[in-house]
Design a protein around this ligand. Sequence first.
Ligand SMILES: Cc1cc2nc3c(=O)[nH]c(=O)nc-3n(C[C@H](O)[C@H](O)[C@H](O)COP(=O)(O)OP(=O)(O)OC[C@H]3O[C@@H](n4cnc5c(N)ncnc54)[C@H](O)[C@@H]3O)c2cc1C
Ligand code: FES
Length: 274
Amino acid sequence: MENIYQPIPAKIVRIEEQSHNVKLFRIKKQRGKFEKNSDGLVFTPGQFILLGLWGYGEAPFGIASPPNENKFIEVAVRRAGMLTEALHRLEEGDDLTLRGPYGNGFPLKFFEKRDLVLITGGCGIPPIASLIEYIIKNRENFGRVYLLYGAATPDDILIKDRIKQWEKSIKVLLTVDKPTPEWKGYTGLVGEIVDEMKINPLNAAAAMCGPGPMVAALEKILRPLGISDREIFVSDERRMKCGIGKCQHCTTGDKYVCLDGPVFNYDQIDKNWD
Ligand SMILES: Cc1cc2nc3c(=O)[nH]c(=O)nc-3n(C[C@H](O)[C@H](O)[C@H](O)COP(=O)(O)OP(=O)(O)OC[C@H]3O[C@@H](n4cnc5c(N)ncnc54)[C@H](O)[C@@H]3O)c2cc1C
Ligand code: FES
């Protein structure tokens, strides 16, 4: 019988230091490539994997790489506790395990033909990054696309090289809490950000990776833009163990984040945000 908890042996093939506490890991399976589904995707943007290290356990991470890439996946790991400290000590060539992809991901078909507002902050960028890669690869299927990405300081903005590439295809708006003298983006969530976004609210949708601090963005950006709660999709984060609906570690209201999410329609979870 297939063991659903069975981790897949994997190897780190590239590590990039992204900020003082975040590293980007490129990971390959030890044997073979990742399988693609009938849409040519290895995962749906917004899905997550469980990374594991012997002796330290497992934790969920959003996938940051393009969803059609099957030779490797990439995750951005923020140093937060035991497992992530141990991951940060690893070097290129070291072994680890993975399981997944799990969860639902963003509703790609629902997003088609609409103007899109993508909002994220700090280390919430991975699922939004893979969504953007998908949108750019299928650019003709989407309307105007805006990324609003906030960070504490300019140094905390992750995957800067990819953001530069994205700017050729979508409008990128960067904002920080504490600017440096050289900073050319926005500071805080200011009204001009809304003025920059020319969307048709009757045919628009939003994707956010939060949850907590995203409430402010919702009130200051999405409400003035007129995007309704039914068109807002939020990637939620909860502590997880099994990742597959068996252990009840990740409940939010009457839902399991691992199984029913991590992407929820805002209508479904607005009472349960941390
Ligand atoms: C769907 C999903 C996607 C994610 N994607 C990413 C990602 O792309 N990148 C990323 O860096 N992280 C991501 N996370 C978060 C990541 O899984 C956690 O930070 C993970 O717990 C880190 O494991 P750790 O062992 O290093 O830290 P832990 O030991 O789990 O500790 C992490 C933090 O939680 C606190 N904590 C410990 N125990 C509890 C408890 N019982 N209740 C509440 N708080 C507690 C600790 O004090 C510490 O501050 C994601 C989480 C989910 C659910
Ligand atoms: S992590 Fe076990 S039920 Fe969701």
